[in-house]
Design a protein around this ligand. Structure first.
Ligand SMILES: [Zn+2]
Length: 164
């Protein structure tokens, strides 16, 4: 995992002006239920960031926790598809933002770069958020403007992306 995190970190640093660091996050796996309760537990706090929800299941597939510098991925994640890797890319943006102590006016601003980088990563494989996550510019804006509720946060992963 470390080599992968290093590669992603270098790519993000080179392309998105994020501070490079070899201080990698911890990566843990959790069930959809655990991720969801973790997210709602800390919802509204600056402390947590970053999630991508699975539209078909309305589940959270990833989270980043600032204090513990931990990325949580859904059980079954194996990083074998560009889309799965892009979830890790998204959360690595939050890690670099956190370790680099970057300041943001609001959580929307913090998310904007994470989605941009995730989309850029997918672009390396001829894919994009809209194709793999049914997530277009409008949905992202809508999602970012509104408070986190289960309904509006459903941004969607293509069914079958996350196994297990
Ligand atoms: Zn995010």
């Amino acid at each position: 995992m470390d080599a992968l995190l290093t590669a992603i970190m270098l790519w993000l640093s080179a392309n998105y002006n994020l501070p490079a660091t070899f201080n990698h996050p911890r990566v843990e796996f959790a069930s959809a239920k655990e991720l969801t309760s973790r997210f709602y537990e800390s919802a509204g706090r600056q402390n947590q960031a970053g999630m991508v929800l699975n539209q078909s299941e309305s589940d959270i597939v990833s989270l980043y926790h600032n204090e513990s510098k931990t990325i949580y991925l859904l059980d079954g994640w194996n990083g074998k598809t560009p889309a799965e890797l892009s979830v890790l890319v998204h959360e690595m943006v939050h890690h670099l933002q956190n370790v680099g102590q970057l300041k943001f006016a609001c959580s929307q601003e913090r998310e904007e770069l994470a989605y941009k980088a995730q989309n850029g990563w997918l672009g390396l494989f001829g894919r994009d958020l809209e194709h793999d996550f049914q997530l277009d510019g409008f949905s992202i804006l809508t999602r970012l403007r509104l408070r986190p509720t289960r309904r509006v946060e459903r941004v969607g992963l293509r069914r079958g992306l996350v196994r297990g």
